[in-house]
Design a protein around this ligand. Structure first.
Ligand SMILES: [Ca+2]
Ligand SMILES: [Ca+2]
Length: 420
């Protein structure tokens, strides 16, 4: 590299044996690479221990020699007839008294290697004691001499994913996603969870009648599963609890919002079987099925009937208020109550949202009947989520007036709805 000098900056005469020049302030030809490696103080001389002294042709050669000397951190470039290059050790470098003005010398110092920001991805640069070398202390998730490379935690096995999760490598990190059927943040995955009692029944992992943790609506819910025996005509195969309602209580009246919304009701009551606790579980709006098992309990006796119908949820059959027909027969509905059952002889409208006029008997699931030969003034019903006269307070069971085949009745039952 040829360094030019102007007359004003040449601090020495032309009568020397050889013309030597020093870089000047108005000369901008210093290469960007050089300037990123060193700082230049013009007309300064550092009086420090010399590691070596050589005769050189230009400042580039001088810096090059310093770079390759293990202890050199700076140089004095001195024009004394010849251009001399003094390689200096680091020890006296910061002593201002020894740093003097000198019209025949420039002082150049190697910049700390870290000034060049060699380390990538937010890593920390540490220079060695001469400042020429550096090491990069990588942030978590990166590796390589300059921390330029992502660590593939999934391939290296350094991830912290649960054994029941899938590891996905990302730049600087990794993601853990629980395997299908499992639930959790990926570092911890619980499961496998079943979505229904039938699933558990089929997996043969357990066939006890009790509450199981099911994954319903993206949440873990304890749901009673009936597993052991056949529920009359419903049969066996694992039944998932949806609702339990007490006929003498108002909670599941036909007009209750519980039929229209997706809020649970006393979920604790859904952990037990055919007892007197009421409940509405997320299985009402999230569990699909091909069969519904309806049970009524009077005293200690429970009776069950089955509706064979496929649906995405019981909610999908009821919440919109539209009538959906079933064809079980009035005798089947009466079998829920037993020999005491009483219905008027006409109408016999059965199914979901069985209602004709709001001010007469109606049932969310059940059958309504009338004494007149139409459905306009039903005074009797058997069902779940019932309401209207003759006894609006009977929300599950059998109510009959005005010519019920078995006389007037007000039978309030405990009702159970399960799906499969
Ligand atoms: Ca990674
Ligand atoms: Ca009537």
């Amino acid at each position: 590299m040829e360094i030019m000098a102007t007359k004003t900056s040449k601090p020495w005469g032309t009568s020397m044996c050889r013309t030597v020049t020093l870089e000047t302030e108005d000369n901008q030809e210093t290469s960007p690479q050089m300037s990123s490696l060193l700082s230049l103080d013009r007309f300064r001389y550092l009086n420090a221990p010399k590691l070596d002294e050589i005769i050189t042709y230009d400042d580039f050669e001088c810096m090059f020699r310093c770079l390759h000397h293990p202890l050199c951190v700076s140089v004095n470039l001195v024009a004394k007839g010849e251009l001399r290059c003094e390689l200096l050790s680091p020890h006296e470098n910061n002593n201002p008294i020894e740093y003097e003005e000198n019209k025949n010398a420039h002082h150049s110092q190697l910049l700390n290697a870290c000034v060049r920001n060699p380390c990538k991805n937010n890593s920390t640069c540490r220079s060695d004691f001469t400042g020429k070398g550096y090491i990069c202390l990588c942030s978590t998730g990166f590796k390589g001499p300059t921390c330029q490379e992502d660590v593939d935690e999934c391939a290296e096995g350094s991830h912290k994913c649960s054994v029941d999760a899938v590891c996905n490598n990302t730049k600087g990190s990794f993601k853990c996603i629980c395997k299908p059927g499992y639930h959790g943040d990926g570092l911890t995955c619980e499961g496998p969870f079943s979505h229904s009692c039938t699933e558990i029944y089929k997996s043969q992992s357990s066939q006890e009648n009790r509450a199981y943790q099911l994954l319903v609506d993206y949440a873990k819910v304890n749901v009673y599963c009936h597993m052991t025996d056949e529920l009359d005509s419903c049969g066996g195969g694992g039944w998932t609890m949806v609702m339990k309602m007490a006929g003498e209580k108002p909670n599941f009246n036909y007009d209750s919002e519980l039929w229209n919304n997706t809020d649970d009701f006393n979920p604790k009551g859904g952990e037990t079987g055919f007892d007197l606790n009421e409940t509405k579980l997320p299985t009402y709006w999230k569990t699909s099925f091909s069969k519904i098992c309806l049970g009524m309990k009077l005293g200690n006796l429970s009776r069950f009937i089955v509706i064979k119908k496929e649906a995405s949820s019981l909610y999908s059959l009821i919440a919109d208020g539209h009538y959906r027909k079933t064809s079980l027969s009035r005798d089947t509905w009466k079998s829920l109550i037993g020999t005491e059952a009483s219905l008027q002889i006409n109408c016999n409208k059965e199914g979901f949202n069985a209602v004709v006029k709001d001010q007469f008997s109606k049932a969310r699931i059940g059958i309504i009947a009338n004494n007149q030969k139409d459905c306009k003034s039903c005074d009797s019903r058997i069902g779940f989520g019932t309401g209207g006269p003759p006894d609006h307070s009977n929300t599950c069971g059998n109510t009959a007036r005005h010519g019920g085949e078995n006389g007037d009745k007000d039978i309030k039952a405990m009702g159970y709805i399960l799906v499969q």
